[in-house]
Design a protein around this ligand. Structure first.
Ligand code: HMH
Length: 217
C-alpha cells in the first residue's frame, strides 16, 4: 500500500467527514438548499482563483525538484483545466444569477486561502505541496462522484457541477496526482513525510469547514 492510501485509512473518520458532507449528500438526494449552493458557487470561485497561484507554485517545484518529466505534463494539464474552470464558474454564476464581483470571502475560505499561501513558500518541499494538491482535488472528486451514483437523485440543474469534479476523467487525474505524491514520499525524509501527513489532515479540515460555510454555518 502506498503512503497516501495508508493515510486515507488511518484518517478515515476525518476523510469521510470531508468527502461525505451533508452539503454534498443534500445534492445527491435532491434536498440541497439552493441558496447554499449559490453561496458555495461564489465562494468557490474566490478559492479557485487562489488555487491558480498555488498550482503555479507546485509547477515551479516540479520543474526544480522532480525527477520525472511526466509530472510537469500532468500539472500543466491541471493548469489548463483551471482556466476552463474559471470560465465555467462565470457561466454558472450567470445561470443562477449569482454575482461574482465584490464577493467577500468568508472566514473558512480566508483561512483555507491563507493555508494555500503558506504552502506556496519556496521552503515547502515538493512532496508536501503535491500531497496537499492531491488531497484538495480528491476531496472534490470523491464528494461529487457520490452525486453521480446511479442511486443518487441529483437535480438536473446541478449535474454539470457534479460532472466537473465527479467524472471518471477527473478521477483519473486524481490518481495520477496520487502516484506522483507516493513516488515523492517514498524518497522523502521522515521530517518531510510528517509534514506531508500534516498538510493532508489540514486539507481535510479546511474542506470540512468550507462545506460548513456553504451550508451557512
Ligand atoms: C474548496 N476544494 C475547494 N474548491 C475546489 N474547487 C476544489 C477543492 C477542487 O478544485
Amino acid at each position: 500500500m502506498g503512503r497516501i492510501a495508508s493515510w486515507v485509512k488511518s484518517h478515515r473518520p476525518m476523510y469521510d467527514r470531508a468527502t461525505q458532507h451533508p452539503f454534498v449528500v443534500g445534492i445527491s438526494d435532491g434536498s440541497v438548499d439552493l441558496s447554499a449552493f449559490k453561496r458555495w458557487l461564489a465562494q468557490d470561485y474566490i478559492f479557485v482563483k487562489e488555487f491558480v497561484p498555488f498550482l503555479a507554485s507546485v509547477l515551479l517545484k516540479a520543474w526544480k525538484h522532480s525527477d520525472d518529466e511526466s509530472d510537469m505534463e500532468i500539472l500543466l494539464g491541471g493548469m489548463a483545466s483551471l482556466s476552463d474552470e474559471l470560465a465555467w464558474f462565470r457561466k454558472e454564476a450567470s445561470k443562477w444569477d449569482v454575482k461574482l464581483v465584490g464577493i467577500v470571502p468568508q472566514k473558512a475560505n480566508l483561512e483555507y486561502c491563507r493555508f494555500l499561501q503558506s504552502l506556496m513558500l519556496p521552503e515547502v518541499d515538493y512532496a508536501v505541496a503535491i500531497t496537499a494538491f492531491w488531497a484538495i482535488e480528491t476531496v472534490y472528486q470523491e464528494s461529487f462522484s457520490l452525486c453521480l451514483d446511479s442511486s443518487s437523485k441529483t437535480p438536473e440543474e446541478l449535474m454539470e457541477t457534479c460532472q466537473r469534479w465527479g467524472s471518471a476523467n477527473f478521477g483519473h487525474y486524481c490518481r495520477s496526482l496520487q502516484k506522483i505524491a507516493d513516488r515523492c514520499l517514498e524518497k522523502a525524509s521522515s521530517d518531510i513525510i510528517r509534514k506531508a501527513e500534516e498538510a493532508f489532515v489540514c486539507v481535510l479540515e479546511h474542506e470540512f469547514n468550507f462545506w460548513n460555510m456553504s451550508c451557512g454555518e
